[in-house]
Design a protein around this ligand. Structure first.
Ligand SMILES: C[S@@+](CC[C@H](N)C(=O)[O-])C[C@H]1O[C@@H](n2cnc3c(N)ncnc32)[C@H](O)[C@@H]1O
Length: 252
């Protein structure tokens, strides 16, 4: 640095206000918070390509939105729910579902439930990418399809499965305690008001900060709207369907 540059530098330095001890402390604290946030940021989501490929092979022979229910099964679900057409079938695009979970910052082995898991694609995909995933389905044909696909997947991926095998329960979610969930999915388009009450009652016991995603809003207190999302669905090939992401806000 030449003499004139050094002089200019000294002049500039002397015109800069010296930060006070208080300001330096605040700055240091800000740096520490930034560092903590960086460390706490969840790792990047994995590439879903392999998992989606395995899923599509496991369901070969059934396409997007195919149903394996029979009429009797559908009627029995309606009967147990006490609500007509509550077993009508449709599926959410599995890639949109997985991307949503990662987008919310959830990472394996977070606990995920699908209330009314149908043929199990969402749960099977979630398990493939390492989540602890449970599907609850009352219609026997759909439940069986989910279990068969899970067995096929487990054979395909063998020991390379990231976490727990998928779990499928043939029961009603109206009677089920899913309150240990980090994320609950309820494709509730055809669910009746009493079904939504039953879901809300258990969801209210979930840890504050856990997520419930549903098409129909959860009734009552204990939830805070976090975000609205549009996901592709089998029954709307040209568009998407809105869902709301709620945070369980308090133990009430
Ligand atoms: C619209 S499908 C959703 C499939 C899948 N979860 C998805 O989002 O792509 C809803 C499923 O909920 C099931 N269902 C309805 N009432 C139920 C209940 N009380 N307990 C368990 N499953 C139920 C139906 O049989 C149907 O398969």
């Amino acid at each position: 640095m030449g003499a004139s540059c050094r002089r200019r530098q000294r002049l500039q330095d002397s015109t800069l206000p010296t930060p006070s001890l208080q300001e330096r402390r605040v700055h240091q604290e800000e740096l520490e918070i930034q560092q903590e946030q960086l460390l706490a940021a969840p790792p990047a989501p994995p590439d879903l390509g392999d998992a989606l490929g395995a899923l599509s092979r496991a369901y070969a022979g059934t396409g997007f939105g195919d149903d394996t229910a029979d009429w009797e099964g559908v009627l029995s679900v309606d009967g147990i729910n006490g609500f007509s057409n509550s077993a009508l079938y449709g599926e959410i695009n599995e890639q949109d579902f997985a991307e949503l979970i990662f987008d919310l910052g959830l990472r394996p082995p977070a606990i995920i439930y699908d209330l009314g898991s149908g043929t199990g694609k969402l749960v099977n995909l979630a398990a493939l990418i390492g989540f602890s995933a449970t599907g609850i389905e009352l219609e026997p044909g759909r439940h069986q399809r989910a279990c068969t696909a899970a067995r096929t997947l487990l054979r395909q991926v063998g020991d390379s499965l990231g976490g727990q095998p998928p779990r499928f329960l043939h029961t009603s979610f109206l009677e089920f305690d899913f309150s240990d969930a980090d994320f609950v999915w309820a494709n509730s388009i055809v669910f009746g008001p009493e079904m939504m009450e039953a879901v809300a009652k258990v969801a209210r016991q979930m840890r504050p900060g856990s997520f419930v995603v549903t098409h129909k809003p959860l009734p009552g207190i204990g939830f805070e709207l976090y975000r609205e999302v549009d996901l592709r669905a089998s029954w709307r090939p040209e568009g998407s369907v809105p869902f709301q992401v709620d945070l369980s806000s308090a133990l009430v």
